[in-house]
Design a protein around this ligand. Structure first.
Ligand SMILES: Cc1cc2nc3c(=O)[nH]c(=O)nc-3n(C[C@H](O)[C@H](O)[C@H](O)COP(=O)(O)OP(=O)(O)OC[C@H]3O[C@@H](n4cnc5c(N)ncnc54)[C@H](O)[C@@H]3O)c2cc1C
Length: 411
């Protein structure tokens, strides 16, 4: 078998997997498996919720991105056998054999065993999740009578977001703007009530004080209620119960959205390799899984020793790791020396509603509409393939990025 015929299997087509496939650029016989037909640029899922961007902008089909350089299989890998070097598909299709494996199936929502959370709280990780949340907001609006008192509007539009990290902040501000806009368009009286619940004593734990101060101010302006030092003890179809200083409070909700944490994908959980206490796969500084030199793990499932804590579990890290992964896969197959890399922070950018954002650059926070434009520009540059970047950039430039209002269902 020549090096060019070596079978490289990539499991997961996210930031880690897709960019590894693109970087390999025709080297080896590459097969990528992903359980959806399209990539998802998750950092802009908030803009998809608000309608500022469309699905094709942030979720291009793999066939379009990979052209014929990589064989793409839509499906779920149910089991990996690292000894026989095979992957079993959930649909009972033929097993896939490989010489080298790049393992990047990402993470799933971690409900941390909170009563009712897995069953009743909404996730926010996929286009389907965002569509469902948009629908729940519209349904809640549709239930409000035109002459409803402001307090009734507030009760009907109470949404709780669990998790006060960047996700909770970005999601809550988008939702508040969308709901306020809909209230105005429908000539209703009152305000939405959007809550963020965070267990730690501060919002955006891990981020610097400059950006935290800015975020806190933005949330105050958006009249979002923040509950720090607060634990969720129960979620039901119509309520959330909070524990603050041992005092329990039940709040009626139109929906609870859970963005409080992740855990490695179930496929990673099933692999019998060395892991840390969170279940992350321990990798060498070459991204090789300990004890399995032909297996590389990256992204949200891998623990890379020297990474600053704020980078772990980010697209920024998975993207940088993909470049190292593709390079080391080539080196491994060619019998050359494998390399390690120091991964760096590429800067913070948070959307704060449909008109504002905050970008941290050289220790300075830039806010407002300009930061929103900067964020769009920054993310255009990180989309996969230059052809897709060009199409999306042109669309945002010429057609704009205005939000899509929450119209009554059936219109
Ligand atoms: C809403 C949201 C916003 C975010 N915003 C930011 C941000 O602003 N900045 C930032 O740096 N990070 C952000 N992140 C985190 C970032 O998206 C992840 O860290 C990154 O996507 C990890 O890349 P990955 O390749 O490990 O996994 P993913 O990108 O999640 O890709 C994994 C892929 O594998 C597929 N898959 C899983 N299991 C299987 C299987 N068994 N068979 C086949 N396919 C499978 C999944 O469906 C998925 O497509 C955000 C995450 C979310 C959810």
């Amino acid at each position: 078998m020549t090096n060019q015929n070596r079978r490289i299997l990539i499991v997961g087509g996210g930031f880690g997997g897709l960019f590894t496939a693109l970087d390999l650029n025709g080297f080896g016989e590459v097969t990528m498996v992903n359980d959806e037909e399209h990539f998802l640029f998750k950092p802009m899922l908030y803009e998809y919720l608000s309608g500022e961007v469309e699905a094709w902008h942030i979720a291009p089909d793999y066939k379009e991105l990979l052209e014929n350089r990589v064989r793409f299989i839509k499906g779920t890998v149910a089991e990996l056998d690292l000894d026989s070097r095979t992957a079993t598909m959930a649909n009972q299709g033929p097993k896939l054999s490989y010489d080298v494996l790049a393992f990047a199936p990402g993470a799933v929502t971690n409900f941390a065993g909170v009563e009712g959370a897995e069953r009743f709280a909404l996730r926010f990780r996929t286009l389907t999740d965002a569509n469902l949340l948009r629908r729940r907001m519209t349904q809640a609006l549709d239930r409000i009578q035109p002459d409803a008192a402001p307090q009734d509007t507030r009760n009907a539009l109470t949404f709780a977001i669990v998790g006060g990290g960047a996700s909770g902040v970005e999601l809550s501000t988008k939702m508040a703007d969308l709901l306020r806009d809909a209230i105005k368009r429908r000539a209703l009286r009152g305000e939405p009530r959007v809550l963020i619940i965070e267990m730690a004593d501060n919002l955006v734990p891990g981020m610097g004080t400059e950006i935290r101060d800015y975020v806190e101010h933005a949330l105050e302006e958006a009249r979002i209620e923040v509950f720090t030092g607060t634990r969720v003890v129960r979620v039901t179809e119509k309520s959330i119960t909070l524990n603050h200083n041992d005092k329990l409070t039940e709040v009626e909700t139109a929906a609870v959205v859970w963005v409080a944490g992740v855990r490695p994908s179930p496929l990673a959980e099933s692999l019998k390799v060395e892991k840390d206490r969170r279940g992350l796969i321990l990798v060498e500084d070459t991204l090789q899984v300990k004890g399995h030199p032909n297996v590389f793990a990256l992204g949200d499932v891998a623990f890379y020793k020297d990474v600053v804590p704020t980078l772990s579990g980010t697209a920024q890290l998975a993207l940088q790791e993909s470049h190292l992964c593709s390079r080391n896969i080539r080196a491994f197959i060619e019998g050359k020396e494998l390399k390690s890399k120091r991964f760096v922070e590429l800067g913070e950018a948070l959307s704060l509603g449909t008109e504002h954002a905050a970008v941290l650059s050289a220790g300075q926070v830039i806010g407002g509409p300009l930061a929103r434009q900067a964020r769009f520009a920054m993310y255009t540059a990180r989309l996969p393939t230059w052809q897709h970047r060009l199409r999306v950039g042109a669309s945002w430039f010429f057609e704009g990025t205005a939000p899509r209002p929450l119209k009554p269902l059936g219109f």
